[in-house]
Design a protein around this ligand. Structure first.
Ligand code: CP
Length: 505
């Protein structure tokens, strides 16, 4: 197969196949060897005149600096922002406009970290230059997984089949465990063993997915049990920032049995990995372990530079600069999320719940009690629009009639955030002209749900599973009002997989 990373976005580790991962490991090993042979400068002109934009909406030490180091060592430049305080994001500038500004400044590649899931796919859709995901919320951090895999490759005699690895710490709220285990699932005879409290344990959906890909996943009672049976132990930091009301003390209690101390590693032969940072308050890895020969996490971090050098080189070598057009791709405007409902009734004949309206919009099948909230959210009263919210307890129906001739994408999102899967009816001269259900990703951290970001709601068909184009979480249609036929027609209309090429000039 032809392996080509030129002008390619790096969004999810699941976009990589076995051959591509092995190829990148081989290329990163060349960078590793150059460094260890004191030949770092041999490639110092390869990306001359190429520039990397870094856009870090969230803190980072390793990811940002290793991309900058990788670019510098290849002869390129880097510039951008770390933290939004000094940027116009503080003035409510969108992701789209900020990405466009990086392109307007003639950068050749963007690396970005953002708290919202799916924000990186959105940045990639907006940009004409390639975009690398440096972490999107809890979602993905693909270059971290690649450097983790590269570290295993180095320690495991340049091979990845047959690896046996233990996972510890917080396996539930971070992105590294999901991405690394999915990357490993491209290889043969992979065994994952883990031990953690339920709250911090491997998510069930991830275990099922890994098992469906042939990975053996075993929960053990203790860290010692895990360590006695694996070659590598991958510890992770409890992601307190993603745990809502759970406090540091709660986590300290949960972690008590699962912290890594010298006693545990001395009884085993593991190489101890960690994506870093270690939380010095929780101290999931005891200070004494830092000095033990099992400690491999600082070398793992350095491997990030070799891997990112290899990746940037593959993406940017021989590429001409992309000319900035200043134009947005029209595909950014619309989603593919409107399920067409079959129009059965003429309003006047129907005399049902959407009667007595000749021109306007009826929002039907609302969750009970949400009608007034929607009137307020759409600001109908102040706008001087008529609104007839109704709840019919006997019929179990809630709906809202307005004289609005149609709804904007923002209005549709606002309604859907309050009451998912309502039916929207546009009525003209007493006839229902359009009738549809508007789907919005149900992942509360998805970028498509942030109204002012204007991200169109898009889905794709992943072998029969409907997924959000942006955060890639599955979507299950739950409305009982949607018929099987309507559902099938809609699902058939979705693209198969993430189609990227259509977003590139
Ligand atoms: N491992 C990692 O992503 O580190 P930073 O958060 O410091 O970039």
């Amino acid at each position: 197969m032809e392996i080509n990373f030129k002008n390619r976005d790096i969004i999810s580790i699941t976009d990589f196949c076995r051959e591509e991962i092995l190829y990148l490991c081989k290329q990163a090993k060349k960078m590793f060897d150059l460094e260890k042979n004191n030949e770092r400068d041999d490639l110092s002109n390869e990306l001359k005149n190429k520039a990397l934009a870094y856009m870090f909406y969230e803190p980072s030490t390793r990811t940002k600096t290793s991309f900058i180091t990788a670019m510098r060592q290849l002869g390129g430049n880097s510039d951008g922002f770390s933290g939004i305080e000094s940027t116009s994001v503080m003035k409510k500038e969108t992701i789209r406009d900020t990405v466009m500004m990086m392109e307007a400044n003639h950068f050749d590649v963007i690396v970005m970290r953002h708290p919202l899931g799916g924000s990186l796919q959105w940045a990639a859709d907006v940009a004409s230059i390639p975009v690398i995901n440096g972490g999107d919320g809890e979602n993905e951090h693909p270059t971290q997984s690649l450097l983790d895999i590269f570290t295993l490759y180095i320690f495991y005699n340049e091979n990845l089949d047959g690896i046996s690895i233990g996972f510890g710490g917080d396996l539930s709220h971070g992105r590294t465990i999901r991405s690394l285990s999915l990357a490993l699932s491209c290889f043969k005879d992979i065994k994952i063993r883990w031990a953690a409290e339920d709250f911090l344990g491997m998510p069930k959906d991830l275990v099922e997915l890994l098992e469906s890909r042939g990975v053996v996943v075993i929960r053990e009672k203790s860290v010692e049990d895990v360590m006695s049976k694996v070659q590598f132990y991958y510890m992770t930091r409890p992601q307190l920032e993603r745990m809502g009301s759970i406090t540091k003390n709660d986590v300290m209690k949960m972690m008590k049995k699962y912290r890594i101390d010298l006693n545990k590693v001395k009884k085993s032969n593991v190489k101890l990995m960690h994506p870093l940072p270690v939380n010095s308050e929780i101290a999931e890895i005891d200070y004494e372990v830092y000095f033990d020969e099992s400690q491999a996490f600082f070398q793992q971090a350095e491997n990030g530079i070799f891997l990112r050098k290899a990746l940037l080189y593959e993406m940017l070598k021989d590429e001409e600069h992309v000319q900035f057009s200043g134009k947005l791709n029209p595909l950014l405007k619309h989603g593919n999320n409107k399920l067409k409902r079959i129009i059965k009734e003429n309003v006047k004949e129907g005399r049902g719940f959407i009667d007595n309206i000749d021109n306007g919009t009826v929002v039907d099948h609302l969750l009970p009690g949400t009608e007034q909230k929607i009137v307020a959210e759409l600001d109908l009263t102040n706008r001087g629009r008529s609104s007839i919210p109704a709840h019919l307890p006997k019929a179990g129906k809630s709906f809202l009639k307005t004289d609005l001739p149609g709804l904007s994408e923002k209005e549709l999102k606002k309604i859907t955030l309050i009451s998912p899967e309502a039916t929207i009816n546009y009525i003209k001269d007493g006839k229902v002209m359009d009738k549809f259900v508007y789907f919005l990703c149900k992942n509360t951290n998805c970028v498509t749900r942030v109204i002012n970001e204007d991200v169109p709601s898009k889905f794709y068909d992943d072998n029969g599973t409907m997924r959000c184009r942006y955060c890639r979480k599955p979507y299950l249609i739950t409305s009982e009002k949607v018929s099987q036929k309507e559902k099938e027609e809609f699902l058939n209309s979705l693209p198969e997989g993430i189609e990227k090429t259509e977003f590139r000039p």
